[in-house]
Design a protein around this ligand. Sequence first.
Ligand SMILES: NC(=O)c1ccc[n+]([C@@H]2O[C@H](COP(=O)([O-])OP(=O)(O)OC[C@H]3O[C@@H](n4cnc5c(N)ncnc54)[C@H](OP(=O)(O)O)[C@@H]3O)[C@@H](O)[C@H]2O)c1
Length: 245
Amino acid sequence: MTLTGKKVCFITGACGAVGSEIALSIAGQGYTIFFTWHSSEEKAEQTLEKIRWISPESQMIRCDVSKSGDISNAFSVFLQQFDRLDLLVTSASNFFSTPLPDVTEQEWDSLVNTNLKGTFFTMQEAARIMQKQPFVSRIISMTDISADLVWRNFAPYTVAKSGIQHLTRVFAKTFAPTILVNSIAPGTVTVNPEKDMETQQEMVKKIPLRRLGDPLDIIRTIIFLLESDYITGQIINVDGGRLLQ
Ligand SMILES: NC(=O)c1ccc[n+]([C@@H]2O[C@H](COP(=O)([O-])OP(=O)(O)OC[C@H]3O[C@@H](n4cnc5c(N)ncnc54)[C@H](OP(=O)(O)O)[C@@H]3O)[C@@H](O)[C@H]2O)c1
């Protein structure tokens, strides 16, 4: 099947709390969606159903982004179904606490391979397709403002997100002017449900704009980037001013 004429978006991690909202809103912008899921099959089915209400030709595939072979396979399947790639969003991520003295090799590999290696090989596969196309396409990577903070219990995660920010700049320079590559770094959008109200209020006190983020804040930034032709290699912090503190 080919879909010449309609824009196509490849998005990883589209079953996530924010990722699923991003995928739906991009479908609402007129894109056909090809998304990856990893372990949440039921959530993936539900997400695909919602997306297909807006964009019926959309597809999904299981893919462990920590394995480059899975990523290659996902792009092979993608190319059998679609003849263009307008937008890549790398949203797949894992996140858990790793107190510095106790970090294991397994934890390091899991966090760095999913967040950094996975993003690199996904962006590389997408760029190979995009650079041959006779029109401008876009890559948006999802990072985290924690890349610019010093969180003692999250070193492998934050170093991986920091690495994605650097990759964003390298890809932007390498593939200009054909591919615009930018990164969105959210502050806290979703809160671990185990955190009590008092802890959440303490988090809000650190944010100059006095509220946590909302998926809509991220979606508005993505739409802004989709409409921009003169921005590349940028990291956009969407954090209510949290990094100003
Ligand atoms: N939510 C926030 O407050 C926040 C704050 C800062 C930055 N961010 C960043 O924004 C992005 C979206 O966040 P989110 O809230 O949607 O995250 P999320 O709810 O944790 O979802 C993460 C997604 O990544 C997928 N994933 C995990 N390991 C994977 C693997 N090995 N291979 C492929 N997919 C894998 C999961 O798929 P399965 O469920 O199918 O396993 C899930 O769809 C992420 O990059 C995150 O780091 C979010």
